[in-house]
Design a protein around this ligand. Sequence first.
Ligand code: GDP
Ligand code: CA
Length: 315
Amino acid sequence: MRIVVLAGGIGGARFLLGVRSYAREVGAEVTAVVNVGDDLLLHGLKVCPDLDSVLYTLGGGADPERGWGRAGESWTVKAELAAYGAEPTWFGLGDKDLATHLVRTTMLTAGYPLSQVTEAMAARWQPGVRLLPATDDRLETHAVVDLDGGRRAIHFQEWWVRYRADVPTDRFVFVGADAAEPAPGVREAIAAADVVLVAPSNPVVSIAPVLAVPGLREAVVEGPAPVVGVSPIIGGAPVRGMADRCLAVLGVECSAAGVGRLYGGRRDGGLLDGWLVAPEDAGVEVPGVTVRAVPLRMTDEAATAAMVRAALELV
Ligand code: GDP
Ligand code: CA
């Protein structure tokens, strides 16, 4: 069996732990198509927050409390940069993490596409699933905001980390998406999949930018594999993070029903055949979509693998 997972960072990474565990049990192959909309240049270095979260989590090197970055991290370089007054100061770059960005930037500068760089990094981290960036091209999520009396676009990371999503926001734009192409292997993986799973990642700024790559959404929606999504919203609130703020920008209710309807049923031109919601949200209906309520808290790998099993039983 072949499983493709559309994923963002922390929620995507935790979900992938369960997918990997399930896949080992049944002998399935897993390909994760990961969001690159959060990627940014900092101090001349290319940082890919979602790919890094997935690599570190699946590779056993993630900080379990913080959720992002490396376990046992130190912050010497960050302090030195601050001593120079080097902007931006709002993004946490740990010393261990920096090595990742140095290696990645060196390879990108030498001409390797992000997909090959990611593959090279996976040789160290052995994530146990195939990791593909959604695209090798530049695609950045920006928030169009009202700041200092004017309207402008700021990078999603600045919106999220610096402003804590607490600034009047008109919309999100996926800069570069028009000219982007799915990374090598993405279309093929989707076409060969037996099932496509949409991780309980942020629908607005993790899954939407993946689907914004021209041809990628079509590959999923018109492909042969059934598509099952897992709700990141339980009982009207995100399990962690600020997905509620992102949904509010779109005018979408922060609920399992709201997100399910945002994705929409495949029969009506949407994405989903199946939608997993938490027991708290039992009874939710999404037109054209089979909905099932199962525990959705990713407390450990076994609980998460059970979610994956339930997703596959749905289709
Ligand atoms: P990010 O890119 O690091 O922000 O991470 P993602 O977009 O992949 O995932 C963020 C989403 O994961 C948030 O909206 C959370 O609600 C969701 N999430 C985190 N933990 C859990 C969990 O245990 N269960 C479910 N269902 N969703 C979760
Ligand atoms: Ca992210």
